[in-house]
Design a protein around this ligand. Structure first.
Ligand SMILES: NC(=O)c1ccc[n+]([C@@H]2O[C@H](COP(=O)([O-])OP(=O)(O)OC[C@H]3O[C@@H](n4cnc5c(N)ncnc54)[C@H](OP(=O)(O)O)[C@@H]3O)[C@@H](O)[C@H]2O)c1
Length: 243
């Protein structure tokens, strides 16, 4: 039995992960801002699966609170899953620094801030698993979402560095690079069905990848091929594409 800390735990993807771990008898910390929702979710998990589930307040942008947040858990989570993120509005981000900063900080700075704390602790005790949900958007900047994409690119590079640093300490770092997912973030967008995962697909894929100590997963395997093609398009052609 493990204890799992989920950050950004009110989202559909987070709840899919929570369900996946709870049904196998693992205990959970649900970290996020929406305490009412988190308390309902925690209660539901406890009743349904007879596990311990606790809602804990966590704001990814309150960097100064992250060390204390981790300390007050009172128990070291075996697995930490960093789910939070913010798509934002690319057009607004391009002209409004406050929005741009919010997107960068929500997807990159906040994740680095809390995972530094977790990673240092895991390194000290030579165990633990860190999971970061990044995005295929981080693999090549496109005009439609390059502020979000560049923050995710930073997050992907951070997780890669963390894995490289911690591997000799026995700490596992999993990078998750989903394509599209049906969630609140993509509500209203017309998504191609064969390329779009359900939150439950992520829950299952993440639990399986953690068990197998994988390094990087794309969730739907087709995205590995798509991104290979996208990465190999010469820049002279790529820059003229409307992507
Ligand atoms: N949906 C997709 O197509 C897609 C594709 C690739 C990658 N992803 C990534 O997958 C992850 C989950 O996304 P989703 O689609 O489930 O999005 P979502 O429904 O918008 O959920 C994002 C979650 O992040 C939380 N969050 C945002 N800022 C936070 C902060 N400052 N502190 C704490 N929590 C914060 C939100 O909490 P509140 O409820 O408090 O707002 C929300 O629960 C994200 O990292 C996203 O970038 C999504």
């Amino acid at each position: 039995m493990s204890t799992v800390l989920i950050l950004g735990a009110a989202s559909d993807v987070a709840m899919a992960c929570a369900n996946e771990y709870a049904k196998k008898g693992n205990n959970l910390f649900l970290g996020g801002r929406n305490m009412d929702q988190l308390a309902i979710n925690a209660n539901d998990l406890q009743i349904r699966y007879q596990v311990k589930a606790k809602a804990v307040f966590f704001d990814a942008l309150a960097f100064d609170t992250h060390a204390a947040f981790y300390q007050q858990l009172g128990e070291r989570p075996d697995i930490t899953i960093c789910v939070f993120g913010l798509l934002g509005d690319q057009k607004v981000s391009a002209t409004n620094w406050e929005e741009c900063k919010r997107v960068i900080e929500s997807n990159y700075v906040g994740a680095v801030s809390i995972l530094n704390v977790v990673a240092n602790d895991y390194e000290r005790v030579k165990q633990g698993t860190i999971v970061g949900i990044s995005s295929v958007a981080g693999e090549r900047g496109r005009q439609s979402n390059y502020i979000y994409g560049s923050a995710k690119a930073g997050f992907t590079a951070y997780l890669s560095g963390l894995r490289n640093r911690l591997t000799t300490s026995g700490v596992t770092v999993l990078t998750v690079k989903p394509g599209f997912i049906y969630t609140k973030m993509t509500e209203g967008l017309k998504l191609p069905k064969p390329l779009t995962a359900k939150p439950e697909d992520l829950g299952r894929a993440i639990a399986k990848a953690v068990e197998k100590k994988k390094n990087v997963i794309y969730v739907l395997p087709i995205w590995r091929l798509i991104m290979l093609i996208i990465r190999t398009i010469p820049e002279g052609i790529f820059k003229k594409l409307k992507l």
